[in-house]
Design a protein around this ligand. Structure first.
Ligand SMILES: Nc1nc2c(c(=O)[nH]1)N[C@H]1C(S)=C(S)[C@@H](COP(=O)(O)OP(=O)(O)OC[C@H]3O[C@@H](n4cnc5c(=O)[nH]c(N)nc54)[C@H](O)[C@@H]3O)O[C@H]1N2
Ligand SMILES: Nc1nc2c(c(=O)[nH]1)N[C@H]1C(S)=C(S)[C@@H](COP(=O)(O)OP(=O)(O)OC[C@H]3O[C@@H](n4cnc5c(=O)[nH]c(N)nc54)[C@H](O)[C@@H]3O)O[C@H]1N2
Ligand code: SF4
Ligand SMILES: [Mo]
Length: 723
């Protein structure tokens, strides 16, 4: 890709810096809104400069309960991208195959998208048109994107990047509790519980303001147990750090359950009253002797015993998982095994206790509830449930039989590009960097007949598009986001988007109109939300009682929150499952799971394990944060974290270029030699494209239930790059 007319990151450094201010305390002129990035959705105030509306100061929004004014560096510098020269302000089109992306007006660009998508449909059928969405999109966008795919395009082929995120936890939560909401309690409950097992989660870098709840808990005398193959900044603060081999969390959880049974620490009354499936789960745990578990995981038996003691002797206790145990080809079973611990000890559905998943993207929760997922309709309804189809079809004014069935999951969809799926509309993701086996995914994207991308910047994926539509971003538009607690929030518009930019809702509306749907795609977010409320009414994620006004008055509203036209208004549901679980019989279901190997285990040729994840200053594929100068200088590039023993064996010193090779490809990045990682494992963050792209290496082996790829484990070989 060359000859694009948009400016580069260097332009961003001038205009970018000018836009960033240190956060100030409250300011009367500030517009209350939320951060563009992660699922904590920190509250912040934004004050546009009167002379230049794109120059925005961030102020502390102390009254917002989740972060109480605290922000991480990404949140503080987020306005840099509003004014940045690196953002897109003009549509780009590729007028000849292999030619450059060139500036175009909106009319030409939209016409090309409408034509590209309808040509595929005419030639190859509706299911040859794909849609790929993102968990950073607002609820309104996610809702209308799903509706657009199923109504306007008539395709079943829609999925989104949330599949790569918390889908295993979602699947396990649905199985165990009959409902999937990241945390079944407000995050602040963490500060008041007596023990937390944090499995494969590094909030010190991925949600810094949330860390305070864990430190508050410890100050009250509570115990923090961190399970992570690396001694992370979070693990440093733990009372106990268990460092298993990547991909062995399932065995670890079974080993702990074994000890819980052997030591007589189960809550038999709770098991009898509130659960089903205990005999099978118990038998599976009994087959996992602590010594066997030590051999599989590398975690010494005394540490296992200590973890069990902390967890069982605490009056209240939680297990929280994040991507470590979830991004595995057995992620659903693994999370199920951790949920089993909370059931066997009578923790789930009790005050200040239970299981939760720390979701990831800004709208990681809402993004999976309103229909951009391959198998879902709004309100967390199932696309295969006739009653659900009838309800949503009525709201949409169509025949239920006209709605397509479920489509492929995210990786399977990307893998089908250029073959069964020939055109793609993509919003809110950058799979060239973030998808597993990325070189293959990139090749599939290049094989498309037509690609349209809506983005704020020219991401690596947008660079491959036939049409790039420049869209407005967070502070320039209003919409709702659902944070990791299931709290529906209002992200308000604080500044005017630059000329030339349109919102995603305007794009969907214009495309729908061009494809023959004059109505049904509102450009006003509140109007879209009103329709979403009706579509979600009666579903699991019922938003019908939530309004923009209520969100503003109440610091967010927790779903489910049904509308109550006659009675007093529903207060929302901060805490789930206290009386019953959301299963038909009201009981939680134990998972019947046993440990199994990862899809790829080390062998002679690939003797080490690679795991991947995040660093503090970069966000996801880096499309946004690599263009923010302060963040980019804090974390300028990829690296390979490896233990001194391994470094010595390989013959590298800190900073030397290291080549990491898997069955999918080879990546090169400087060595970061550190005692904070197991000697049999190397770690790479995945935020960069090019030579240091971690996803060149990762294994797309999928979990059979959630279809989550195995981002956290694959077999690799490591050598000096110049050898
Ligand atoms: N700075 C920053 N913050 C972010 C993001 C970002 O990109 N950058 N992204 C947001 C999003 S979308 C998400 S999903 C969250 C993710 O938040 P986290 O889940 O906290 O992030 P990760 O770094 O992916 O993984 C967490 C930890 O899992 C460990 N791990 C690796 N393999 C295993 C394993 O087999 N078992 C166990 N138990 N642990 C393992 C890694 O060493 C890592 O420290 O962060 C959100 N916040
Ligand atoms: N190896 C490895 N790979 C991983 C992971 C891992 O741990 N290891 N984690 C996975 C996880 S958890 C996730 S969530 C994915 C995330 O990876 P991606 O799906 O690539 O997510 P982002 O980088 O956030 O991409 C969002 C894109 O949307 C654009 N954007 C932002 N706001 C808007 C908007 O309002 N509208 C539109 N149209 N575009 C917008 C941004 O500029 C950016 O280009 O990566 C996954 N990949
Ligand atoms: S923790 Fe997440 S939501 Fe809060 S400021 Fe940082 S990136 Fe934004
Ligand atoms: Mo994520």
């Amino acid at each position: 890709m060359s000859a694009t007319p948009v400016s580069t990151a260097s332009a961003a450094s001038e205009s970018g810096k000018a836009a960033v201010h240190a956060p100030r305390r409250g300011d009367d002129r500030a517009v209350d809104t939320h951060c563009p990035y992660c699922s904590l959705q920190c509250g912040m105030g934004l004050v546009p400069a009167p002379d230049r509306p794109t120059r925005v100061a961030v102020t502390e929004r102390v009254a917002f309960p989740v972060n109480r004014g605290a922000l991480c560096g990404k949140g503080r510098t987020a306005p840099a991208l509003l004014a940045s020269g690196a953002r897109l302000t003009t549509p780009l089109v590729r007028r000849s195959p292999g030619g450059p992306l060139e500036e175009a007006d909106w009319d030409e660009a939209l016409a090309r998208v409408a034509e590209g998508l309808s040509r595929t449909r005419e030639q190859h059928g509706a299911d040859a048109v794909g849609v790929f969405g993102g968990g950073g999109l607002t609820n309104e966008k996610a809702y209308l994107l799903g509706k657009f795919a199923r109504l306007v395009l008539g395709t079943s082929q829609i999925d989104y990047n949330g599949r790569f995120c918390m889908s295993s936890a979602a699947a396990a939560g649905n199985k165990a509790f009959g409902l999937d909401r990241g945390l079944p309690f407000p995050l602040a409950d963490v500060a008041r519980t007596d023990c937390v097992i944090l499995v494969g989660s590094n909030p010190a870098e991925t949600m810094p303001p949330a860390l305070r709840y864990f430190t508050d808990m410890r100050q009250r005398g509570g115990k923090l147990i961190v399970v992570d193959p690396r001694r992370t900044r979070t693990a440093e603060q733990a009372d106990l750090h268990l460092a298993p081999r990547p991909g062995t969390d399932l065995a670890l959880a079974l080993g702990m359950l074994h000890l819980i049974v052997a030591e007589g620490r189960t809550d038999e009354e709770y098991i009898a009253e509130r659960t089903t499936g205990w005999p099978a789960a118990r038998a599976a745990a009994m087959a996992h002797w602590p010594e066997l578990v030590e051999r599989i995981t590398g975690v010494p038996v005394p540490q296992l015993r200590e973890a069990v003691r902390y967890f069982c002797e605490a009056r209240s206790a939680m297990v929280l998982t994040a991507r470590g145990p979830e991004q595995q080809a057995k992620g659903t079973d693994t999370v199920g095994a951790w949920i089993n611990l909370t059931l066997a000890t009578g923790r789930a559905g009790r005050p200040l206790s239970g299981y939760g998943c720390l979701t990831g993207q800004g709208n990681g929760q809402g993004g999976r509830e309103h229909g951009q997922k391959a198998d879902q309709l709004p309100g967390y309804r199932s696309l295969t449930d006739p009653a659900a189809r009838a309800h949503v079809a009525e709201v949409w004014g169509v025949d239920p039989d006209s709605l397509p069935g479920p489509g492929r999951s995210a990786y399977e969809l990307l893998d089908a590009l250029g073959r069964d799926v020939r055109s793609l509309l993509l919003l809110g993701s950058n799979p060239v960097v973030s998808a597993p086996r990325a070189a293959h995914v990139e090749e599939r994207i290049r094989a498309l007949d037509f690609l349209a991308v809506c983005d704020v910047v020219l991401s690596e994926t947008a660079e491959l598009a036939d049409v790039v539509l420049p869209v407005a971003q967070w502070a320039e538009e209003t919409g709702t986001m659902t944070n990791l607690e299931g709290r529906v929030l209002l992200r308000r518009r604080a500044v005017t988007p630059p000329p030339g930019v349109r919102s995603d809702l305007e794009v969907l509306n214009s495309l729908a109109t061009r494809l023959g749907w004059e109505k049904g795609f509102p450009t006003d977010a509140e109007e879209a939300f009103a329709e979403l409320r009706r579509a979600s009414a009666g579903g699991k994620a019922d938003y019908s009682g939530i309004t923009y006004r209520r969100i503003a008055e109440e610091d967010g509203v927790f779903w489910p929150c049904p509308e109550s036209p006659d009675g007093p208004r529903h207060p929302g549901t901060p805490r789930l499952f206290l009386d019953r679980f959301a299963t038909p019989d009201g009981r939680a279901r134990f998972a019947d799971v046993t440990h199994r190997a990862s899809a790829e285990e080390p062998d002679e040729e690939y003797p080490l394990l690679l795991t991947t994840g995040r660093v503090l200053a970069q966000y996801q594929s880096g499309a946004q944060t690599r263009r923010v100068p302060t963040l980019n200088s804090a974390a300028p590039g990829a690296f390979v974290q490896l233990h001194p023993l391994l470094a010595e064996r390989v013959g590298v010193q800190d900073g030397d270029p290291v080549a990491v090779t898997s069955r999918r490809g080879r990546a090169v990045a400087p060595a970061k030699v550190s005692r904070d990682i197991r000697p049999d494992t190397v770690f790479m963050p995945f935020h960069w494209a090019g030579e240091g792209r971690a996803n060149t290496l990762t294994n797309p082996a999928l979990d059979p239930t959630s279809r989550m790829p195995e981002f956290k484990v694959c077999a690799v070989r490591v050598e000096r790059a110049d050898d």
